[in-house]
Design a binder for this molecule. Sequence first.
Ligand code: CP
Ligand code: NVA
Length: 322
Amino acid sequence: MVTLPAAARLRGRNVLSVTDLGADELASLLALAQNLKARGREQMTLLRGKTLVMLFEKPSLRTRVSFETGMTQLGGHAIAATGTDFGIGTRETPEDAARVLSRYGDAIVYRTHAHEPLVRFAGAATVPTINALSEAAHPCQAFADLLTIRDRFGTLQGLRLAFVGDARNNVAISLAEAAALCGMSISFAAPPTHRPPDAFLARLVKLGAPHGVQARAFTSPVRAVRDVDVVYTDVWTSMGDEQFVERNIAALRPYQIDAALMGAAAKHALFMHCLPAHRGEEVTAEVIDGPQSVVFDQAENRLHAQKALLLALLTDLRGLTE
Ligand code: CP
Ligand code: NVA
């Protein structure tokens, strides 16, 4: 029987954070991404004549190249503007830029410093806006990460994930939201300065309530990773926060992922990192280059997950089976 995939409901919508999707939409998006992954580099024409406009206020390797590659593989075209090419908030308002770019592109990918201009931009755009990373969220990374975990374990529901390090950053927030929606329990390991607020933990429990998800924060990294299926970390200082490098190194040094800490997780545990990584800071070379690491699968899955997202936002998925 042909059923309407939940991802079909995403058509024309904005994706600024993971929770812009419902749990069924996220699951459906991941299934579509898996399907596209199985097709490899097959050249498709589903986005023929469509243009993706990409704006990057901060550096990007994976996000920019995977979106552009995805558009090429789907038969469309992508154009990127970076750094001083544009000036949202300086040369013109987010609203004016959004109205202009909506006259050219079929969707807009935007990497910003603050989250608020992105919200204003998306509010004025008349085509879908995708968050390519802001200070508050990195949803595209989370979609790829869940695809990676699902690929390895065959399921997401009931798994346990630990995020160690700067547990207030964009990657941690989006990953935790996505994991909770998919039925994964989350533990954070961070010093008080980098601990997620209690209100956020409560929100995760609520997001994962249908699955009985737990969300807890520890100061001890060993306690947080004990017997978990996935150990995740990110850089200690995110782009734009460079003035806090020394403070962050001092606070987060006890949270480095090394072989001993991985030993406290389940034997089959994966090591994950969104990249770029700093060997010798948040993770040792032994771990990130070792057999438990799936960081390059994560990077590859950016492509597949974003192709699925572009199809869901820009095409009619009705008629596809789940
Ligand atoms: N992980 C990630 O978003 O990488 P880039 O910053 O290189 O896009
Ligand atoms: N938290 C990091 C992620 C980079 C992909 C940053 O914002 O710089």
